[in-house]
Design a protein around this ligand. Structure first.
Ligand SMILES: Cc1cc2nc3c(=O)[nH]c(=O)nc-3n(C[C@H](O)[C@H](O)[C@H](O)COP(=O)(O)O)c2cc1C
Length: 386
């Protein structure tokens, strides 16, 4: 029986060859928001991974919407040109769908890359930091910047920035967009009762708190070609008392579906200090995706410590989620999908120059991996042939 992990899925007119998605992974390696040579190799290596979809890192819709001064952005012509060039290059050797996660860091902006956090979270102005904005004028914690609460004009500006970035993403050649509404960044800050203490129509109950993220998503949907999908990374649980819970995620996902979003990835946490995480292990957020999928009727992606191919397959086979996203395991092993295919008895199309590395073309290697050769296989790989 074919492996469910390697069955295609359709999102609007985009076909993913399999259910394996490369999770957005901040690289803190851009200059003024512009992709660097590091991005070329990073995306380039993922482009030949065999995954069904690669989603680029949280990318600031404005300079002040970035997490760190080294984060990728999509707000200037230079940002757009560099990503267009990288995607153009990739298209010469790979047909992997490539998406981009568009984000605004809100009150958690102007912070250091993870490897510099020992110097303190906040980047001072003298080192390229900036004044941050959020739903309410409350800092994440001591030592972090206190945001200015966005007024109506500010909300319109940010909404327009998301729209402009979506249009740039289309011009760059991205096949889809993921909106970042999780991990304590601006759109999550609006949703969570822990961070949104507004008295206007963008605060109060869940309906009010969801209003701005929904307005942003709707405006982006209107501005992005109809045939290209848009998904949203949302929060399954804040894991802080009084925060968002899984029932709220279902309500948010329903509303996102109603305005034309194509999938959600329920992730968790990082909106406020004092998180009490349950025991975490492989697939620890898969039940979020399952409940949201069942109750909101929208396709879901799940993420979190998925590194065993068999386990990934079970998530899809049991209809717990429609797609699995992999982060750390695929940075560690960018050919994860090739190895998963081998482990699950599937074949993956490898780039021609690398084709002889595949076990099915190299009988001795196939034996090591327990791969039973099919008719016509095993003929390309004699190391002594040339
Ligand atoms: C280096 C690194 C960078 C990350 N950057 C992002 C990001 O840009 N956007 C996002 O939504 N999640 C980000 N995450 C979270 C991952 O996408 C993923 O959800 C998380 O690592 C759990 O999946 P994993 O156990 O497969 O790594 C990042 C994680 C890591 C380790």
């Amino acid at each position: 029986m074919p492996s469910p992990l390697f069955q295609p899925i359709q999102l609007r007119e985009l076909t993913l060859k399999n259910r394996i998605v490369i999770s957005p992974l901040c690289q803190y390696s851009a200059v003024d928001g512009t992709a660097s040579p590091w991005h070329r190799q990073h995306i380039g290596s993922f482009a030949i991974s065999g995954a069904g979809l690669c989603i680029l890192e949280a990318t600031g819709v404005s300079a002040t919407g970035r997490i760190s001064p080294q984060c990728l952005g999509l707000y200037s012509d230079e940002n757009e040109a560099a990503l267009t060039d990288i995607i153009g290059d990739i298209r010469t050797y790979s047909d992997i769908p490539i998406g981009i996660q568009l984000s605004h860091a809100g009150r958690k902006g102007s912070t250091r890359p993870t490897w510099d956090l020992h110097k303190g979270h906040n980047v001072p102005d003298a080192e390229g930091g900036w004044a941050v904005e959020g739903p309410s004028a409350e800092a994440f914690a001591e030592g972090w910047r206190t945001p200015a609460a966005l007024d109506e004009a500010g909300l319109k500006r940010v909404r327009d920035e998301f729209v402009a970035a979506a249009q740039r993403a289309n011009r760059c050649g991205f096949d889809m967009i993921e909106i970042h509404a999780a991990h304590g960044y601006l759109l999550h800050e609006f949703c969570s009762p822990l961070t949104n203490h507004r008295n206007d129509r963008y605060g109060g109950d869940l309906k009010g708190r969801m209003r701005f993220p929904l307005e942003v998503a709707r405006a982006m949907r209107d501005a992005f070609p109809k045939h290209k999908p848009i998904g949203v990374r949302i929060t399954g649980e804040d894991f802080v008392e009084g925060g968002l819970n899984l029932d709220d995620a279902v309500v948010f996902a329903r509303a996102l579906k109603d305005i034309g979003m194509d999938y959600v990835t329920p992730s968790a946490g990082n909106v406020a200090p004092g998180m009490k995480l349950p025991k975490i292990g492989p697939g620890y957020m898969a039940h979020f995706a399952e409940k949201v999928k069942r109750e909101a009727g929208i396709a879901t992606m799940t993420v979190g410590m998925i590194y065993e191919p068999k386990f990934a397959e079970e998530i899809i086979a049991s209809d717990t989620a429609d797609m699995i996203a992999i982060g750390r395991a695929i940075m560690d092993n960018p050919r994860w999908p090739w190895h998963a295919a081998t482990a699950l008895g599937e074949r993956i199309e490898t780039p021609k120059p690398y084709a002889r590395s595949a076990p099915q073309h190299w009988p001795a290697y196939a034996a090591i991996h327990g791969v039973t050769l099919r008719q016509g296989e095993g003929g390309m790989g004699h190391a002594t042939r040339e």
